[in-house]
Each structure stands twice: as C-alpha cells, then as structure tokens.
Design a protein around this ligand. Structure first.
Ligand SMILES: NC(=O)c1ccc[n+]([C@@H]2O[C@H](COP(=O)([O-])OP(=O)(O)OC[C@H]3O[C@@H](n4cnc5c(N)ncnc54)[C@H](OP(=O)(O)O)[C@@H]3O)[C@@H](O)[C@H]2O)c1
Length: 460
C-alpha cells in the first residue's frame, strides 16, 4: 500500500541564522511494504530529534561536512536524516516485527525506510519515557560504525577501476583497526563498548555478505575477521548476539556527549569550579547536573530569566546568569568566579570562550563541545589570549562524543542510576507535528528551546 509521506527539506543552502522559511514541508510517498529478503524496515516516526549540527549540513560548504561522515552536506529537496523513535509498520528483517518500537537514524519525515535495518535498535524497556531515548538516552551513531558500513556500501556500488581505488582506500582506513583492537577487552553481553562497536559491523559484513562484489573482507583483513570470529564465540556475546544483526539491540545511548565531555575531556576534581554555556540546553543541562553530582561548584549561563531560574531552582546549579544582559563578559565571569574557573564546558564559542579563558586558573581545561554562535556567523571569530593559554597551561580541547564509545557502559549505568534515584532531571522540549520542525529547528538558534528539543510527529 502506498501512502503519503510528508518530509522536511531545505529550499536552498542556508546562510546565516536559519529561519522557518529556509525549510519546507514536501509531499512524498512511501510503500508500506518491504521486499522479502531485503532486511529493510519501514518505520512510522513518533519522535524526531532536532539538533544544532544539522545547520552545518545545510550550508553549501562547511569544514564539518568533510571531517566526519554523519555530518555530510544536505541537498535542497533532499530528505534530512535525523535520530528518532518510531513504530515498525513493515519489516523484512527477522529482528523486527510490526509494532516494535525502535530508535535509530530515521528522518524529519512521517515514515522512514531503513535499509537493511541500518542502525536500528528495538526499545524493549519501558522503564523510562519513550522520548528519553531520543534525548538524554539518545542513540549514538559512532564514527567507526558508519565508516565501516559506508566502506562496504561504496565497494558494493563501485565497478572496475573505480572499485579498485575504493577498495584500496577502504582497506587503508580499516587496517589500522587490526592492531588497535588486538589487546582491548571485549565487553559483549550486557553492554556495548568501543570494541563491540567496531567488531559487530564487521561481523555483520562478514557473516551476512561474505563475498561482496569480488571482495572478501576476510581476505583483506584476516586479523580483524579472526577477532570477529573469536568475539562471536565468546559466551556472553553468542548468547545475546546469536545473529550479528542483534547488535542493534545493544547499540548506544547519548547524553554521552555531556558525560564523556565532562569526565573524559574536562577530567574534573571534586570542588573544582565549573562554568557551562548554553546551560539549559540538551547537552549543557546534563553537564551541569553531572558536575553538581560529582561535587563541583557549577555556574551556567543561558539566554533568559526563565532559563536562569530553572538552572538554579530545579537543576541545582550553584549560580546562573543571563548572558544577554551582560555587556562585558570578562568582568561578568570575574564576578561569578572570583577564585577563577577550573573547567569551562563550551557549547557556544566566540566571545564567551575568550572571556572564560581570561578567567581560567592555572591548568584549567576547556572542553569545546560546540560553537553554536559561530555556526550562523562564519565571520565571527574570537581568539583567547594565547599568553593566558601558555602561562596558565590551559588545555583547550575539541571533542566528539563518538570518540568516547569506550566509556559507553559507564555512561549507561551511571545515568540510568541517577535517573532512577531521582538525582537527575531529564529536560525535554517537545513540539507537536511534522510541520513544527522548521520552527523547532530555527528556534534552537534563537534560544527558544529549554532542554532537549524533539518533535512528536505522530502519537506514542
Ligand atoms: N561534540 C559533540 O559530540 C556534540 C554533540 C551534540 C551537540 N554538540 C554541540 O553542543 C552544543 C549544544 O547542543 P545541544 O544539542 O545541547 O543544543 P541546545 O543547547 O539544546 O540548543 C541550542 C541552545 O544554544 C543557545 N544558543 C543559540 N544560539 C546562540 C548564540 N548565538 N550564542 C549563545 N548561545 C546560543 C540557545 O540557548 P540560550 O537561550 O542559552 O541562548 C539554544 O537554546 C552545540 O554547539 C552542538 O553543536 C556537540
């Protein structure tokens, strides 16, 4: 049966701050049936995640587009892939049945056809509200995972000389993993770690498509496949992964950005002074809550009084301020941190970063998670005083959550425990209906959202 499938697209490449009119709803269609043997799954979307990084995909050119393969450029008229939660309406994949609730890479659309069930995971647990799985407990697509799957697909699609070049490039990029993984422990079983994330897509590749268009992954990467075989035989793995596709049940959660950024990049010590920007946003509010639970002194900034009150009254921040009411950020931060800042969790970049560095203590750490104020204004560039950086021995480090899959098991158990014990709040901001996506997205850059921005596309 073919039904209407409305989706969101950009009309043109976006320049500057996005507005509702940069995006439009288009009518498409989808067949609610799958070809047997294809492993495809058709999902009716329920929640879709609205994230700032999409703006960098909507530009004609952004350095992020070539740096990482899940931030590729979008074309005007094209659908927009995004995390989401939905209900299976048709499945040719043995691991998914009609009416299963799933989370994964879906799209800003009413229905998504997920080829080979790529990166789809069933949500079996009803412990937390469904929407948490697209926010605080969000599924995370790892760099390796997408890279490995992309290599396979490129080899499969290419022919002749072009295929030889693609094969060489893929093997060159995959080979280093052989050495890197050899001595690492497997997690397997209950939770998924870095090794699992890398080995399982190889397992899918090897077991499901042993020979691909004149290319055998076993011949090319024998050590890796030997590891995969060993991995699949491990008791805890074989119990839960009788079939490699089952990996989708175990893949990821996010909030990982906040968790890994705070613990692994900022490397906090109890009692340290922490400053968080965009503190009422999806990542920022979690960072502040984790820092408080860890025993730090935490100040956040946000763009309205309502947000500032929420940080102090509900989320337990020690203090907070509205940066839009401040004319001299360096002296503002001096006021809030008379003894200096030890950790700055940067979500906004530009002048706030400059002011934070000016107020940092010796051996301070700046985790550059995002620079949202620079996404919409490419001319906006500020530079921290490099003498401060040298003489105060400050570390400024950019990071992506995908680099921290090895902390994944800790992240899951810690965050779930905090939620269970009521020590942490999940802050969500949900708009209704597919047609609200343009304003939900543009609103991120006006500061409309409080917490994780989601759009409910259909009823739970
Ligand atoms: N490194 C990673 O792996 C990773 C992963 C996820 C997200 N990120 C980055 O982390 C940052 C936060 O993302 P999120 O998903 O949590 O979004 P979010 O904070 O929920 O939403 C964006 C917020 O940023 C603030 N903002 C918008 N424009 C601004 C500007 N020009 N100057 C200062 N603040 C501005 C607004 O709050 P106010 O009212 O406070 O202005 C807005 O609500 C983004 O930079 C994002 O790209 C990085």
């Amino acid at each position: 049966m073919e039904v209407e499938n409305r989706f969101i697209t950009i009309k043109e490449y976006v320049q500057g701050s996005p507005s509702e009119s940069d995006l439009e709803v288009r009518n498409g269609s989808v067949v609610l049936k799958v070809v047997e043997g294809s492993n495809d799954v058709v999902v009716k979307n329920i929640y879709v995640s609205i994230d700032p990084y999409q703006i960098n995909r909507m530009k004609k050119l952004s350095s992020s587009q070539s740096a990482i393969n899940f931030a590729t450029r979008l074309l005007p008229g094209q659908g927009i892939d995004a995390y989401g939660i939905g209900k299976v309406v048709a499945s040719a994949n043995p691991d998914f049945e009609k009416d299963d609730i799933v989370v994964g890479l879906l799209g800003w659309e009413e229905y998504s056809v997920v080829r080979s069930a790529f990166f789809l995971r069933k949500i079996d647990s009803t412990e937390f509200p469904l929407s948490y799985h697209a926010g605080l407990l969000e599924l995370y697509v790892t760099v390796f995972y997408t890279h490995i799957i992309e290599c396979r697909s490129q080899i499969w699609k290419s022919k002749g000389e072009a295929q030889e070049a693609v094969k060489k490039e893929s093997i060159d990029s995959l080979k280093p993993l052989e050495g890197e993984l050899e001595d690492k422990p497997f997690y397997g079983g209950k939770s998924l770690g870095y090794v699992d994330v890398v080995l399982v897509p190889f397992a899918c590749w090897f077991y499901t498509y042993e020979t691909d268009n004149n290319f055998s992954i076993e011949n090319e990467c024998p050590k890796l496949i030997a590891l995969v075989k060993r991995y699949m035989q491990k008791e805890s793995v074989s119990k839960v992964l009788p079939n490699p596709h089952k990996v989708y049940d175990f893949v990821g959660l996010s909030g990982l950005t906040a968790y890994a950024g705070f613990y692994n990049v900022c490397k906090p010590k109890k009692g340290e002074k922490v400053f968080v920007s965009a503190a009422s946003g999806s990542v920022g509010n979690v960072v502040g809550q984790l820092a408080k639970l860890f025993g730090c002194y935490v100040v956040g900034c946000a763009g309205s009084k309502k947000k500032v009150d929420l940080l102090k009254d509900k989320l337990g921040f020690d203090d907070a301020f509205n940066y839009k009411e401040e004319s001299d950020l360096k002296s503002t931060l001096k006021r809030y941190f008379p003894e200096g800042i030890d950790i700055y969790f940067d979500n906004v970049g530009a002048e706030m970063q400059e002011a934070a560095v000016a107020n940092m203590n010796a051996f301070g750490r700046v985790a550059v998670c995002g620079v949202i104020s620079e996404y919409t204004d490419q001319a906006k560039r500020f530079a921290p005083d490099m003498l401060d950086v040298v003489y105060k021995r400050i570390t400024i480090q950019g990071f992506l959550a995908a680099d921290y899959m090895h902390v994944f098991p800790d992240f899951i158990s810690t965050t779930s425990d905090h939620l269970r014990q009521g020590q942490m709040h999940a802050l969500e901001d949900i708009s209704e209906g597919l047609e609200s996506i343009p304003s939900a997205f543009a609103g991120l850059f006006r500061g409309d959202n409080v917490g994780k921005k989601l759009v409910r596309v259909s009823e739970d």
